[in-house]
Design a protein around this ligand. Structure first.
Ligand code: NAG
Ligand code: NAG
Ligand code: NAG
Ligand code: NAG
Ligand code: NAG
Ligand code: NAG
Length: 540
């Protein structure tokens, strides 16, 4: 009897030791994505203000909402001054320049996050000089016409090149949105940034993210909710495009050689390369798998959501499955392709105790089986047509824009359409994105074996009630959320909350805060408050 028990125990220990390893090698890419900060040694924010001095460039031809085709070069000096060029092109490969903008001014980076992006740094960039370089007479005429129509007397000829003039742009021109966007610039993108570095790696791996450009006509005082594509150091390994961009000027803009569009092969596995910030205020990493046969084209996604802005502490996983359409070449973005994706099945796996409790307190039949959710156990939500709590309703159909490229290390990249900055879904062809999110990399490019992070006891706040709101965002349907945890805005309060022991005071404060600021409907507010109260009672 005892012997059997010992044997069983041994078998059990063996399973514990060996099985996770088997699992790990099978799901190498999935594991890397879940622990991206650890696997790639990412460091997104040093204490205090990051030192962003250096010469930064786009890593390739960028697509901005519109679409507009761009390359950027920004030189940031230690003495609080900066200068840079934004070059605009007529084509999606940046082979035909049409307009360049030269800017110079002062800057300051603050030790304080932007209102809507946790983990970012507020920044101040001003413009003492702005010059406009049209690259042909047609563009020159458009620039003059734009100025005449929207911002009269704001362009002044300062120099003459071969066939075009160089204009000094008066600050007043940028008070008019029509002029700002016609000249390819938005002041809000300079209002915040994030510097990402790699542990134990040279600064050639650094990435500098500026605030995102709104995908829709944005209000005057638009505040970024996510980032645009990162800039990299001009001398990053093997980045010939970066060198080219750095050498460009207004008179001689950088130009890439036009190449015929690449062949499409979506099939395979694709994974995030960084901790991504969604416009809804969530932090996530993604993994996609596409398979196709003669009769069907299937896709599967794994979205990992995190509690923190560095993607260290997992919150929950959304695993979706469905089918997708044939690709049709995009008319707006040459070389990109349009797809229709449908998600028909989904499951959620909570990793966090509080999230589990939240799911267990959801209204019955709106998100899996209420009361049966367990931490680290996946549950299907197809039966309840999705999960109301996270705004997922199945089946979902989305109209997306995809692009493929290679990076300077010749790894294949997959760009997926940017989510709209107003949080709406690409639920019809007219709402299809015209720009892209940070690209995914082909899983085979991750050539190393995943090694799990050593687990150290983490200190967690006793109350996380406000998280109810900050995770009410989802991969596929990102709700408009202006409310955040109070601690997000005011880090100093966090310790007070934790010390309040049973957390009831903190909760009450949060609830009041939710009421004052929530953009959610009254009903969902009530539900939230109810679940908050329930959660806190259960914690007690
Ligand atoms: C900052 O440094 C640059 C290069 O060293 C120099 O040209 C510029 O005049 C300096 N600006 C100020 C305001 O000190
Ligand atoms: C820019 O591209 C459009 C469409 O591809 C083309 O019709 C137009 O002639 C191009 N403009 C110039 C200045 O080449
Ligand atoms: C930019 O900021 C600097 C430093 O704060 C200031 O001295 C300068 O006057 C500002 N320039 C403009 C054009 O606003
Ligand atoms: C600029 O405006 C003039 C006069 O309104 C018009 O004739 C011309 O076609 C416009 N040019 C462009 C490039 O839009
Ligand atoms: C740079 O290119 C060289 C030769 O093409 C290659 O051996 C090296 O691995 C590349 N380095 C990186 C970081 O991609
Ligand atoms: C919460 O703690 C305070 C003091 O720490 C206590 O007075 C209060 O009764 C507690 N509330 C609950 C609901 O336990």
């Amino acid at each position: 009897m005892d012997e059997t028990r010992v044997r069983l125990t041994l078998v059990f220990i063996w399973m514990l030791l060996v099985l996770p390893r088997c699992e790990a090698s099978k799901d190498n890419c999935l594991n890397i994505v879940q622990y991206i900060y650890h696997s790639l040694g990412l460091r997104s924010r040093a204490q205090g203000t990051p030192n962003i001095a250096g010469e930064w460039t786009s890593s390739s031809c960028e697509v901005r909402p519109g679409p507009q085709f761009f390359t950027r070069y920004i030189k940031i000096l230690q003495n609080s001054t900066w200068e840079g060029y934004f070059h605009r092109y007529n084509d999606s490969q940046c082979s035909e320049p049409k307009l360049s903008l030269y800017m110079r001014g002062f800057y300051k980076v603050m030790d304080e996050p932007l209102e809507f992006i946790k983990g970012s740094n507020k920044a101040f960039f001003n413009f003492s000089t702005i010059e406009l370089y049209p690259h042909n007479s047609y563009e020159q005429e458009i620039a003059i016409n734009t100025s005449t129509r929207h911002c009269r007397n704001t362009l002044k000829v300062v120099r003459t090149l071969d066939s075009t003039d160089v204009f000094a742009v008066d600050k007043r021109a940028f008070r008019r949105r029509a002029c700002r966007s016609a000249f390819g610039f938005s002041e809000s993108e300079f209002s915040g940034l994030k510097l990402e570095t790699r542990r134990k790696k040279s600064s050639k791996y650094d990435k500098l993210y500026f605030g995102g450009v709104p995908t829709i006509r944005a209000p005057r005082k638009y505040k970024p909710r996510s980032y645009q594509l990162p800039l990299i150091k001009y001398n990053s390994h093997n980045c010939t495009k970066c060198m080219k961009i750095r050498l460009g000027t207004g008179a001689r803009p950088p130009k890439f050689v036009w190449k015929p569009p690449r062949l499409w092969r979506l099939e395979g596995e694709w994974a995030s390369t960084t901790c991504e910030a969604s416009p809804g205020g969530a932090f996530l990493t993604r993994h996609f798998k596409f398979t196709s046969s003669q009769s069907s084209r299937r896709w599967e996604c794994h979205y990992y959501f995190y509690v923190d802005s560095e993607c260290k502490k997992r919150d929950f996983e959304l695993n979706g499955k469905g089918h997708f359409s044939y690709a049709t070449p995009s008319k707006k973005v040459n070389g990109a392709a349009e797809y229709v994706f449908t998600m028909t099945e989904a499951a959620i796996k909570p990793f966090d105790r509080i999230t589990t409790r939240m799911l267990n307190t959801a209204t019955p039949n709106t998100c899996g089986k209420t009361g049966t959710w367990k931490t680290n156990v996946k549950q299907d939500i197809t039966g309840t047509q999705g999960c109301k709590l996270y705004g997922i309703s199945l089946p979902i159909t989305e109209y997306d824009l995809l692009k493929m490229d290679t990076d300077h290390g010749d790894n294949r990249l997959l760009y997926v359409g940017q989510r709209a900055s107003d949080g709406s879904d690409p639920s019809s062809p007219s709402k299809r994105a015209t720009s892209f999110q940070v690209p995914l990399i082909e899983c085979s490019s991750y050539k190393f074996k995943f090694v799990p992070p050593t687990t150290r006891p983490t200190t967690r706040p006793t109350t996380r009630s406000g998280i109810v709101l900050s995770i009410r965002t989802l991969p596929t349907k990102i709700k408009k959320i202006t409310t955040r945890r109070r601690t997000d805005r005011d880090p100093g309060r966090k310790t007070t909350h934790s010390r309040s022991g049973n957390g009831s005071d903190a909760n009450r404060e949060n609830v009041g805060y939710l009421y004052r600021n929530s953009a959610a409907s009254l009903l969902s507010k009530l539900l939230l408050v109810l679940s908050t109260v329930l959660v806190s009672t259960w914690i007690d």
